[in-house]
Design a protein around this ligand. Structure first.
Ligand SMILES: *[C@@H]1O[C@H](CO)[C@@H](O)[C@H](O)[C@H]1NC(C)=O
Ligand SMILES: *[C@@H]1O[C@H](CO)[C@@H](O)[C@H](O)[C@H]1NC(C)=O
Ligand SMILES: *[C@@H]1O[C@H](CO)[C@@H](O)[C@H](O)[C@H]1NC(C)=O
Ligand SMILES: *[C@@H]1O[C@H](CO)[C@@H](O)[C@H](O)[C@H]1NC(C)=O
Ligand SMILES: *[C@@H]1O[C@H](CO)[C@@H](O)[C@H](O)[C@H]1NC(C)=O
Ligand SMILES: *[C@@H]1O[C@H](CO)[C@@H](O)[C@H](O)[C@H]1NC(C)=O
Ligand SMILES: *[C@@H]1O[C@H](CO)[C@@H](O)[C@H](O)[C@H]1NC(C)=O
Ligand SMILES: *[C@@H]1O[C@H](CO)[C@@H](O)[C@H](O)[C@H]1NC(C)=O
Ligand SMILES: *[C@@H]1O[C@H](CO)[C@@H](O)[C@H](O)[C@H]1NC(C)=O
Ligand SMILES: *[C@@H]1O[C@H](CO)[C@@H](O)[C@H](O)[C@H]1NC(C)=O
Ligand SMILES: *[C@@H]1O[C@H](CO)[C@@H](O)[C@H](O)[C@H]1NC(C)=O
Ligand SMILES: *[C@@H]1O[C@H](CO)[C@@H](O)[C@H](O)[C@H]1NC(C)=O
Length: 706
């Protein structure tokens, strides 16, 4: 037997489980078959090109002619000026609240009624900014989308380009847009005789910010210029715009192929007009840059297309693939559509150096900030689908960047290690909030990410790269657990909020999911030290081995220990996230301590199906339920959850927000990709794949889930 043929070596390195069976041509044909087509702008979602740190959302014209869809990035944010209220003029004037935490007072970043203005400022600032819009301009005419005939638009997700066309006043207009895979640069090609006659030009517009928590479908205010100035400089070949909004600056540089002149702004707006001359083909390259930038980068239009094509083809041909195309079944086709479109959208919206926000780069939720407890739902899928390079953009880097401020947070509260925040801005500051301050399930995500990376790259470099943040997290987790003299066990909380954010924090103790996750996290941290042959902190083992048992009520796992009215129809205990299912859905069964009671697990799943108010939950709950159903061997139920009428993806693949948040809600895409990766790759001890027997499925490139 030859152990290390060149081929097996490559497969080990790439973490590919099986020989290549799905050809590039087959992948291309499947991917392209789900290209979104539109003949009108959507009222809720754009079509996008983008690269994870920057995205350009287009209406039916391929630009933002009629709809102010966002052009967002990882770096463009805005602060309103600080309040002038006496004693509340600086972030350092915010003092939060002291709450009893067992036998002592702990200070939390919660809004203090005596500090309302600075508390609100800290919640609402900074907001993520939509940088600028680019659209078609028809001088002297009042044109609406209805004036265009034969509108037709296709997003080619295989290459990352949007091709749009329509007729206006008897002339054909076509627009093609590409985004550079590494830079905040778009290439736009517009073809029309209207460019020669002077009946059509291009506008550039700049919004002001607002403090709307869920700013959707458009971000910012486009008909007001208060506190905002745009300085423009132009030559016949290019223009540079410097947008000053309060004290923040963003830049847009535009270069074009023909001659042209820029005028503006139009009265009462930040809108400038480019009037090109002499050609029916205009190629524009637009570079969106932060204040700190000193120069623009204008690659040729064609080279942006070449770079985009190359990047996307590499994305689609590397990593896992599930081919359901030989199955003649509506559910298989819909699942395939959701998988393919979600893969496109996570690469455009989530592959950032920061954790992604819930609405990606489409619009703003929670002011555009990101939530560290949702980081896993957004980004773990990159690992499960073999795109470790995209996960590596944000992890462990985010944790390393936020380490010192998280150590400071823990220290100020009297804990060891690093306590990660929740609703976070790029500086690592967690916004004031009762839930923000008391949620804890974001902590062990560090170990969860680390363990998947280690499985793919089981070497010293991985161990060293993650060691500092794993250690600081475990130190906090061990010191947060509270020794209960009566029970002789370690408790979690009170006060705390569990995954379902609807309990009373001062009575929430020992929630099922968090207890299981504390064990999981400490197990990984302990193994991390053992793999490095260094000593394991005693406290980690003591806490892990003496954690309170998972709470059970009516033979099913409860939200938390002793919660009243558990498993009662219409009670708040059966609303919000059914996180107890995550102890087998999101987490593997425990590798230490008492084994999971599968009878209880199965009964819990039955009660959730019978009683839970899933119409009021969030979409990733369905993927968590589906993964639990898979492990319990109920494949039909897993697929039913993934196709639940409350778990919906629109024509372009954006997961609908449901009753609680606007569309899109990107963790649903991440959840779907986790669940389908588990169908394809199985899990430790049962490697699958798990699809209905009468489906004809080929999978490639998956490894088992934990
Ligand atoms: C536009 O698209 C919708 C939905 O796909 C379709 O029903 C309709 O026939 C299309 N209209 C035209 C004019 O192509
Ligand atoms: C907003 O203000 C905060 C606090 O002063 C600061 O840390 C951050 O860098 C500012 N961000 C922007 C985009 O101005
Ligand atoms: C929890 O207890 C603190 C005192 O430690 C109190 O200030 C706070 O109002 C309580 N919160 C709730 C939601 O009851
Ligand atoms: C432009 O046309 C739309 C729709 O026909 C109309 O509602 C709007 O008032 C017009 N605006 C101007 C400035 O003429
Ligand atoms: C439409 O095109 C005709 C020439 O074909 C021109 O005379 C007219 O001004 C155009 N109308 C608009 C609204 O552009
Ligand atoms: C801007 O548009 C909004 C929504 O249409 C409107 O409520 C507001 O009055 C407008 N503001 C200005 C300054 O025109
Ligand atoms: C403009 O700035 C002033 C002073 O900072 C502020 O009070 C006001 O809210 C700002 N207005 C807008 C529309 O941003
Ligand atoms: C599955 O699909 C492949 C590709 O279309 C086909 O060659 C094969 O015969 C199918 N297998 C079954 C069992 O239908
Ligand atoms: C100790 O544990 C028991 C049982 O979980 C609980 O009822 C009690 O509140 C805990 N003690 C303290 C002081 O939190
Ligand atoms: C729960 O609420 C539904 C709808 O409001 C109602 O039909 C049902 O009777 C309620 N069930 C119980 C047990 O209260
Ligand atoms: C598992 O839970 C069931 C009840 O749900 C119980 O009857 C059984 O004894 C438990 N098994 C173990 C090993 O604890
Ligand atoms: C599709 O899935 C739904 C929900 O699980 C199920 O009711 C239906 O029978 C399935 N349809 C097919 C054709 O398999």
């Amino acid at each position: 037997m030859r152990l290390f043929t060149p081929q097996t070596l490559i497969f080990v390195l790439l973490d590919v489980g099986a020989a290549a069976e799905i050809s590039t041509a087959q992948r291309r044909s499947i991917v392209r078959s789900f290209n979104p087509h539109r003949n009108a702008s959507s009222a809720t979602t754009p079509l996008q090109v983008g690269n994870g740190n920057f995205a350009f959302g287009a209406d039916v014209t391929g630009l933002q002619t009629f709809s102010n869809f966002a052009v967002e990035s990882s770096w463009a944010w805005h602060n309103f000026s600080l309040p002038t209220t006496t004693g509340q003029t600086s972030p350092s004037d915010f003092t939060g609240l002291d709450w009893w935490t067992h036998d002592r007072l702990v200070n939390y970043d919660m809004p203090n009624p005596a500090e309302e203005d600075i508390s609100n400022w800290l919640i609402e600032n900074p907001q993520r900014l939509s940088i600028a819009n680019i659209g078609l301009h028809f001088p002297g005419q009042n044109v609406t989308e209805n004036d265009f005939l034969y509108k037709s638009q296709e997003l080619d997700i295989w290459e990352g380009t949007i091709q749009s066309s329509f007729d206006y006043n008897g002339s054909k207009v076509s627009v093609q847009v590409w985004c550079h895979p590494a830079d905040p640069v778009v290439g736009i090609q517009i073809k029309s005789d209207l460019l020669i006659s002077g009946d059509m030009g291009v506008f550039f517009d700049f919004p002001i910010s607002d403090t709307i928590k869920f700013d959707a479908p458009y971000v910012g205010v486009w008909n007001d210029t208060t506190n905002s100035t745009v300085r423009m400089q132009s030559t016949p070949e290019m223009a540079s715009f410097e947008h000053l909004l309060d004290s923040d600056i963003n830049r847009l540089g535009v270069k074009w192929n023909a001659e042209g002149s820029v005028s503006g702004p139009l009265a009462g707006t930040n809108r400038f007009i480019l009037t090109p001359t002499g050609s029916n083909t205009l190629q524009l390259v637009a570079d969106f840059q932060p204040a700190s930038s000193t120069h623009y980068n204008f690659p040729a239009f064609e080279s942006i297309g070449v770079a985009s094509r190359e990047w996307w083809e590499n994305y689609w041909t590397s990593g896992g693939f599930i081919d359901l195309s030989a199955t003649d079944n509506v559910n298989a086709t819909e699942l395939q559509r959701r998988i393919i479109l979600s893969q496109y959208l996570v690469a455009v919206n989530e592959a950032s150096y920061n954790p992604p926000q819930e609405s990606g780069l489409v619009n703003n939720g929670w002011y555009g900030k990101f939530h560290l407890e949702m980081f896993l739902w957004h980004s773990l899928q990159f690992a499960r689908w073999g795109h470790y390079d995209l996960l590596a953009r944000s992890a462990p880097g985010t944790y390393q960047r936020f380490l010192q401020s998280s150590i400071d947070r823990a220290t100020a509260q009297g804990y060891e290690g690093a306590r990660w925040g929740k609703m976070t801005d790029p500086t690592g500051r967690s916004a004031p909030g009762e839930i923000n301050a008391l949620l804890i399930w974001q902590q062990p995500h560090v170990m969860h990410f680390a363990e998947y990376v280690y499985r793919a790259f089981p070497n010293q470099d991985t161990l060293q790269e993650w060691d500092e943040v794993v250690t600081a997290t475990a130190d906090f987790m061990a010191s947060y657990a509270w020794w209960n003299e009566t029970t002789k066990l370690y408790d979690l909380g009170p006060p705390m909020y569990p995954v379902s954010e609807n309990t009373s924090p001062n009575s929430t103790i020992n929630p099922t999911f968090e207890l299981a996750y504390w064990r999981f996290g400490l197990d990984v941290a302990i193994q991390w030290k053992e793999r490095q042959h260094v000593s394991v902190p005693e406290k980690w083992m003591t806490v892990r081995d003496n954690l309170a048992p998972l709470p059970i009520i009516d033979d099913a796992y409860a939200v938390y220990e002793g919660i009243p009215d558990m498993w009662k129809a219409n009670s708040t205990t059966v609303q919000d996230h059914p996180a107890m299912i995550g102890i087998y859905g999101l987490l593997p069964p425990p590798s230490t301590g008492a084994p999971l009671n599968l009878t209880t697990m199965r009964h819990t799943a039955e009660l959730i199906k019978e009683l839970w108010d899933l119409g009021d939950s969030y979409g990733w709950d369905f993927s968590m339920l589906a993964m639990n159903s898979l492990r319990l061997g109920d494949l039909d139920q897993a697929i039913a959850y993934l196709l639940d009428p409350y778990y919906v993806f629109d024509d372009a693949g954006y997961a609908e927000g449901g009753v609680r948040v606007p569309t899109p809600y990107m963790p649903d895409a991440g959840g779907l990709l986790l669940a389908t990766a588990m169908m394809a790759g199985g899990w430790d001890g049962d490697e699958g794949p798990h699809f209905p027997e009468d489906w004809n499925v080929t999978v490639e490139g998956f490894s088992p889930s934990l």
